[in-house]
Design a protein around this ligand. Structure first.
Ligand code: 16G
Length: 241
């Protein structure tokens, strides 16, 4: 339940507790959640901690508030399955949205240590750095920073990256995109992310790091993306061999 000696913040533990109750059906969609007082008595924790947890769950889409009526359990989020290796353009089209991009910056830079490691290059090798806000029906969904080895993914222009990078790589460069490794973690949006994603201070985001390789194992992209957590929930299917 709540462990006050744990390094995990108490508000986060309470969030997990409430989420588990929603998952198990103990709390049903549109049901009012117990009052702050109930949680305070049950766990001997401060109201401020409870408020923090509830605000996070509201921001995260698990709960919603109605003025004068209280806080309720939300219906489930839209799920995006992570089955195939797809591009943003393909993902959005499949969901019936019109994909788009707003270019923030586009330049060639020398690879620093992290980028060089991820792309298996020597430090200072020239890489493209592309920052794009990805849009669905003109609404910002994610902020993406993409690094590509400049001597592999050749000839990029603003026109190309305003459309689909994967389409250019496959259809114009005739490279075979093979697989990707992704790391997903929760975070709070930084100031510039808030502004570009048009979300409020304190809003949660999903940070995704993707390294993708070609058929012969050569890494061709390293991407850092900040996805709006109020819109996204990523779902993996795992097979036991
Ligand atoms: C997705 C990929 C990104 C890739 C981009 C290509 C994630 C987390 N990232 O956004 O790695 O570069 O698609 O999209 O899914 P594009 O072909 O539309 O430019």
């Amino acid at each position: 339940m709540i462990d006050k000696n744990s390094p995990i913040p108490i508000y986060h533990q309470l969030e997990e507790y409430i989420k588990a109750q929603i998952d198990s059906g103990e709390l049903q969609p549109d049901e009012t959640i117990p009052s702050e007082r109930v949680y305070a008595d049950m766990f001997q924790i401060s109201r401020m901690t409870i408020r923090q947890a509830l605000t996070n769950l509201v921001n995260d889409g698990y709960l919603y508030r109605q003025k004068g009526r209280g806080t309720f359990v939300n219906k489930k989020k839209v799920e995006q399955r992570l089955q195939g290796l797809t591009s943003f353009t393909e993902d959005m089209r499949e969901r019936g949205f019109n994909p788009g991009s707003k270019l923030i910056s586009f330049e060639i830079i020398p690879a620093g240590r992290e980028i060089a490691d991820r792309l298996k290059l020597n430090e200072n090798t020239p890489v493209y750095e592309i920052k794009r806000v990805r849009l669905a029906d003109n609404v910002p969904m994610a902020l993406e920073t993409t690094y590509l080895p400049a001597n592999l993914v050749k000839g990029l222009t603003e026109d190309i990256i305003n459309q689909s990078l994967y389409q250019y790589i496959e259809e114009k460069l005739n490279l075979v995109i093979h697989e990707a490794t992704q790391e997903i973690e929760a975070s709070n949006a930084k100031d510039h992310e808030l502004r570009l994603l048009e979300i409020e201070k304190g809003s949660p985001i999903l940070l995704i790091l993707r390294t993708s390789t070609l058929k012969d194992g050569t890494p061709f992209e390293f991407v850092k993306s900040a996805y709006r957590a109020d819109r996204y929930k990523f779902v993996h299917t795992m097979h036991r061999s």
